[in-house]
Write a protein that binds this ligand. Structure first.
Ligand code: CA
Length: 414
């Protein structure tokens, strides 16, 4: 699979379109996916002067290439072989006046083209767009660098609970294969979890410049089991850079799911919304059958008590940073969608505040599935539909769609 007849020409700045189709054999199908992302210099925090993104499938077959624009933004519409059991894995190499950087994304698709998954038009997201987030890149240099940071319990309101004695594994690239080679390892300071600045700190010293991913071994946190998670860091040659923080949350059960929204200091308020058609299956969904959990209706079913709640939103954070956390206590068959609303700017028809908020949704489905999603940069909108979860299979579908909505109670927008 993944063969191609003609190598399409490279298109200018930001957009390319062509298909590299798999041969298709039984379980493998071909789908068209639009990938969006951004390349940013980790040292200067601006786009590099040029960046070429080359995309491959999981077998290493070339899918296409695209140049990032002046803002570092790239967008590629490609055909990819889709395996119904394993989903899509896309690998890419980012090349330019910086250290070659690799990234990898694995995700499932909501069975594109299947009528069985047809949703009402207001709930449909077409075509399939996946926002892969920001790829940090580091300038070429022979000098090594050091990174420091802290690993937090992301559900604690003040983000101050550091996770001590937590093993961390460092691998090269963005979101690399969790079974891939380990570049370095360490353990965070302190023992257990505590509200103490000495807990949860880590340092990786004398690393070659480049982009890495830190894997948190949540199971190994002393005392309370936490969930595994990972986060991107960048080593800039000749520099000792702090503040490269990550986080995770205490463990959930396999039939549960949890999403945690965090962001920066602006805006002071963002809101997590979850909608779903649970119990009705994935087909023939009508809007009134879709539940909607957000700050005004923080539990589903609405009259549920502590023992009967199925979906629960914790405290509505209104002072920046988050977190806002949704826990699906009992996953059912159906489609859950996790979205973020910029309620402060809901009446602004050109607002880009959400896009520059640094919003991130970390998602755990059961104990074994983890992914994180960053808000699309440089795209106006007050609603970010981040990710969907199939309650039955536990598969997650990245969305990355931005839109506008002035009414937080309008579940159809979320
Ligand atoms: Ca909020």
């Amino acid at each position: 699979m993944g063969h191609r007849e003609v190598r399409p020409k490279l298109l200018a700045a930001g957009v390319l379109a062509f298909g590299a189709w798999g041969c298709g054999s039984g379980e493998v199908d071909n789908v068209v996916v639009t990938l969006k992302g951004q390349v940013v210099d980790a040292g200067t925090q601006v786009a590099p002067s040029s960046a070429l993104v080359t995309l491959y499938d999981d077998t290493g077959a070339w899918l296409g290439e695209v140049e990032a624009d002046d803002d570092g933004v790239f967008k590629a519409t490609i055909g990819v072989p889709y395996d119904t059991a394993d989903g899509v894995t896309i690998r890419a190499t980012v090349v330019g006046p910086f250290v070659d950087t690799e990234f990898r994304q694995q995700f499932f698709l909501r069975d594109p083209g299947s009528s069985e998954l047809s949703l009402e038009p207001s709930h449909r997201i077409d075509p399939v767009t996946v926002y892969i987030g920001t790829v940090l890149v580091a300038r070429n240099t022979s000098r090594t660098g050091t990174i420091r940071g802290r690993v937090f319990d992301v559900i604690e309101r003040d983000m101050a609970v550091g996770l001590g004695a937590t093993p961390l594994l460092l691998r090269a690239g963005v979101n690399p294969d969790p079974a891939g080679p380990i570049v370095a390892s360490t353990v965070t300071s302190g023992a257990g979890a505590a509200e103490d600045a000495d807990f949860g700190n880590f340092v990786f010293e004398d690393l070659p410049a480049g982009t890495y991913t830190v894997f948190i071994d949540g199971d190994a946190v002393p005392g309370t089991p936490y969930l595994d998670a990972s986060f991107q860091v960048a080593v800039v040659g000749g520099e000792d850079r702090g503040g490269q923080n990550g986080g995770t949350t205490i463990a959930i059960e396999d039939n549960q799911a949890r999403a945690v929204l965090t962001w920066g200091d602006s805006p002071v308020d963002l809101d997590m919304h979850v909608t779903g058609d649970v119990g009705s299956g994935l087909g023939a969904v009508v809007e009134e059958d879709r539940f909607h959990v957000y700050w005004e209706v923080p539990v589903y079913p609405q009259d549920a008590g502590p023992d009967t709640a199925e979906v629960l939103l914790d405290v509505d954070d209104v002072s920046g940073y988050g977190p806002e956390t949704v826990t699906v206590l009992h996953r059912e068959s159906g489609l859950y969608r996790f979205s973020v609303h910029d309620n402060i700017n809901k009446l602004e028809q050109a607002a880009s505040v959400l896009s520059y908020s640094g919003a991130r949704v970390q998602l755990w489905v059961g104990r074994d599935t983890y992914a994180s999603f960053d808000v699309p940069v440089n795209e106006p909108g007050t609603v970010w539909q981040a990710v969907e979860v199939d309650g039955e299979t536990g598969h997650f579908f990245p969305v990355g769609a931005m839109s506008f909505e002035s009414e937080p109670g309008n579940g159809g927008a979320f």
